[in-house]
Design a binder for this molecule. Structure first.
Ligand code: BJW
Length: 255
């Protein structure tokens, strides 16, 4: 598929936008070497049952298994590096800030790769695997302050330590939702990148952006349920498309 035309349009919209919201999903980290969830062959949910690993019932049933799984996940996440897609978004933020404009990255990812690439305004709506909290008091600890020698990990307050991620059936962090809706209600451009757009409430953020009058864009390897809804879709790897778009933006500056 010729991506030239969508790249031109997205570049021009980014050049004009005053307030951008970027929703990211597991696809943006795929080129760093982290598995997505729903890929039929390589996805985490093709190999593991989410109901056995990503719910509070699963944790209560078998906290050792769930702790081991997240230990494996964060070990992988810390081993890999941000890819050109993450770096391109960090460059975009810098460019927009220099022009007194804003970009908010709303990520469903728990891997911390946007921050490691240098993005500053990142809202982690599904939490992070880099912090854990006590099931009794909610007191949080970072990985550096935790030992994984005894599993599950006893907390200092008689509970267990669990990752600060949002499991199925759990509410998203209130402050993260408030920041997300505030950004969506004021945005004039919304980009959905590397997400299957199937998990709620993130899958509905596009509607809020549309209601605010924003133009909408999808960047994804494959079509998704929102492909027919967006104003422009570019299909291909985000690690190639995003740097191409940001390079074009730079060329506008030089011309
Ligand atoms: C590339 C690429 C490349 C690949 N370049 N692209 C309303 C209707 C129906 C159901 C519900 C509803 N409201 C709530 C629900 C239930 C549930 C839900 O949505 N279920 C659906 C599955 C139907 N939602 C919830 O439970 C949420 N809580 C909630 O709503 O609370 C209120 C409430 C409570 C109780 C009852 C009712 C309401 C919480 C959702 C939490 C999701 N948690 C997980 C695990 C997080 C921790 C962890 O990481 O282990 O979050 S599940 C998993 O899915 C993870 C992801 O963040 C999330 C989204 O996945 P994502 O990122 O889109 O990845 P994939 O794999 O699906 O897609 C990857 C994409 O990348 C693909 O499109 C590829 O093509 C693409 N790609 N390579 C570009 N190189």
């Amino acid at each position: 598929m010729d991506q030239h035309e969508p790249i031109q349009r997205i570049t021009s919209w980014l050049n004009d936008a005053r307030s951008v919201v970027v929703l990211t999903g597991a696809g943006i980290s795929a080129e760093s070497g982290l598995a997505t969830f729903r890929d039929p062959e390589e996805g985490l949910w093709a190999k593991y049952d989410p109901m056995e690993l990503a719910t509070i019932d699963a944790f209560n049933r078998d906290p050792e298994l769930v702790t081991r799984w997240y230990h494996w996940r964060f070990t992988k996440a810390r081993e890999v590096e941000p890819n050109p897609g993450h770096h391109a978004l960090a460059r975009l933020e810098q460019r927009l800030l220099e022009r007194d404009r804003s970009v908010t990255i709303v990520t469903q990812n728990v891997d911390g790769l946007h921050q490691r690439a240098g993005s500053k305004r990142v809202v982690e709506i599904h939490g992070t695997i880099l912090r854990w909290r006590c099931t009794k008091t909610g007191a949080e600890k970072s990985l550096e302050d935790l030992s994984f020698e005894v599993l599950p990990i006893p907390s200092d307050h008689g509970g267990l330590m669990r990752p600060c991620v949002v499991w199925f059936g759990e509410m998203l962090p209130e402050h993260a939702l408030a920041d997300t809706f505030s950004a969506l209600e004021h945005c004039d451009l919304f980009l959905s990148i590397g997400t299957s757009a199937t998990v709620q409430p993130a899958a509905s953020f596009i509607e809020v952006a549309r209601a605010a009058g924003a133009k909408t864009v999808e960047i994804n390897r494959d079509p998704t349920p929102i492909t027919d809804l967006v104003d422009c879709a570019a299909h291909g790897p985000s690690g190639t498309l995003l740097p191409a778009i940001i390079d074009q933006l730079r060329q506008l500056d030089d011309s």
